[in-house]
Design a protein around this ligand. Structure first.
Ligand code: CMC
Length: 450
């Protein structure tokens, strides 16, 4: 792509040859050797799709394409950021197990790790926290922009528009080949997304905006901007503060999911990062992706009582809807994040008082995990199953949950965006298609007919 830099975290990669595939084309009788490569510590094995292109029957033919709707078996990039083993239920950021990071790290430490490939030293961390804190304010015009939305606008619509609008405040952000420029825009985004997110919550509630308090930590400042009323300084509950920081860590990255792929594809056009991240937020909004945490609570409300769980599960099995917060494209085992979130839900709800929906959720999980339909399809709770209960206990409205996901995922999107920019293999993303429309036909207007 555009620059001569190399990403420190990807520089160490090495590909080794693993023999080849012999392909005989029965249409022509010709044989081809397609090299098989293996790469990375986990030994991912692959062939390059472009190796199929020479396979053709005549010179004027385009060549063999691979057809892979929804990218079920296509690696779109090489990445050194996040590792998932979906069968074993493993998630690691830059090699560190998610359980250890959730136990000991802070979200900003993880944000640094994702981008830089190594944990920050004490002085690096101090400087990073300072830089992020310094950039938390947003232009007054962003407030006016937000005020233009109706009170009942969906918070994700407001978030994706406002983050997109930020690109108009920083026109120099298009200089994506300049490392210093990238650095400042990355810091701005990590700093300003929580401020915009909090302003959105205040707008939804008709409350005045609360400005950032730079003496508070990242998470506590966010809670203060969301919930401070008349008190001179907001004091968050220790349990909420740590729980939210852990939830931000768990949501910070998840390799090549729909929104990250959207950020990479948009970023591959060399547009500024605000526009790329706005696209990521749009992708996250969908109910099959980040929007699932909102849908879980909608579902629990629909079920209403524990006694109706069996009936609900039967309805799902007969094709009437899905069990939201269950299933995952990659995890065919318990999502390791869901395990941590379940524990957190217990801690938070112990502080706020019991919740009938938690009991319904636990009953649902118990029944689904022993039901043949779910077992056969390897459907386990994913990260979204219990997060909504925690967010609600903290005082966030249901339709706001995905915004919390987006705040955290901004760190991952930006790391993936920068990795893509520094990857010499990448170009503008441009998939092929299998054309199935009509052949050439003559235009004959139908507008003159009756
Ligand atoms: N409830 C009931 N059945 C399901 C569910 C579910 N949640 N998920 C998958 N299935 C069934 C599906 O109907 C299919 O059955 P069959 O083989 O009989 O046709 C089978 O399981 C395989 O499903 P799939 O649709 O091929 O799986 P996928 O990898 O394409 O979809 C998914 C993954 C996450 C979109 C899907 O499991 C789903 O819609 N889950 C509910 C929404 C959700 O919780 N999303 C959050 C994902 S985790 C956080 C994030 O990424 O944002």
């Amino acid at each position: 792509m555009a620059t001569t830099e190399t990403s420190p975290a990807t520089a160490a990669k090495s590909t080794s040859s693993q023999g080849s595939l012999e392909i005989r084309d029965t249409r022509t009788g010709k044989s081809y050797n397609v090299p098989v490569a293996t790469e990375g510590v986990e030994g991912d094995t692959f062939v390059k799709a472009m190796e199929l292109r020479p396979i053709k029957q005549s010179d004027d033919e385009f060549g063999l394409l691979s057809y892979d709707p929804a990218f079920m078996n296509t690696a779109s990039c090489k990445s050194a950021i996040t590792f998932i083993d979906g069968d074993k239920g493993i998630l690691r950021y830059r090699g560190y197990p998610i359980e250890q990071l959730a136990e000991g790290a802070t979200f900003l430490e993880v944000a640094w790790l994702l981008r830089k490939g190594e944990l920050p030293s004490a002085p690096e961390y101090k400087q990073f926290v300072h830089d992020v804190t310094y950039h938390t304010y947003v232009h007054k015009n962003i407030e006016r922009f937000l005020e233009g939305f109706r009170y009942d606008a969906h918070p994700m619509s407001m978030l994706l528009s406002s983050v997109g609008a930020l690109s108009s405040f920083y026109p120099q952000a298009h200089r994506i080949s300049d490392p210093e420029q990238r650095n400042i825009e990355i810091i701005r985004l990590i700093a300003k997304v929580p401020t915009i997110a909090a302003f959105i919550l205040r707008h939804m509630r008709g409350l005045p905006f609360v400005y950032p308090d730079n003496d508070l930590s990242y998470t506590e400042n966010f809670l203060s901007m969301c919930f401070r009323m008349t008190e001179p300084r907001y004091k968050a509950s220790e349990t909420f503060k740590r729980a939210l920081d852990i939830l931000f860590i768990l949501h910070a990255d998840h390799e090549q999911n729909a929104s990250t792929s959207a950020v990479r594809a948009i970023g591959s056009t060399q547009v500024d990062p605000y526009s790329a991240i706005a696209g990521g937020i749009a992708a996250l909004f969908g109910p099959l992706h980040g929007g699932a945490n909102e849908q879980v609570l909608v579902m629990l409300n629909q079920i209403g009582t524990k006694s109706k769980v069996n009936q609900f599960v039967d309805d799902v099995k007969s094709g009437k809807g899905k069990l939201m917060g269950f299933g995952h494209r990659v995890y065919k085992n318990y999502d390791p994040r869901a395990r941590i979130v379940k524990k957190l839900a217990d801690q938070v709800l112990a502080e706020t008082g019991s919740d009938e929906d938690l009991e319904i959720a636990m009953e649902l999980e118990k029944i689904a995990l022993s039901d043949e339909y779910f077992v056969k399809r390897k459907l386990y709770p994913n990260v979204d199953f219990y997060t909504g209960l925690i967010y609600r206990a903290m005082g966030f409205p249901t339709e706001y949950f995905t915004v919390l996901f987006a705040i955290a995922r901004t760190a991952g999107w930006l790391s993936q965006w920068e990795e893509m920019l520094l990857d010499k293999d990448q170009k503008i993303a441009r998939p092929r298609q299998i054309y199935i429309g009509p052949g050439e036909r003559k235009y004959n207007s139908k507008l003159n007919g009756k």
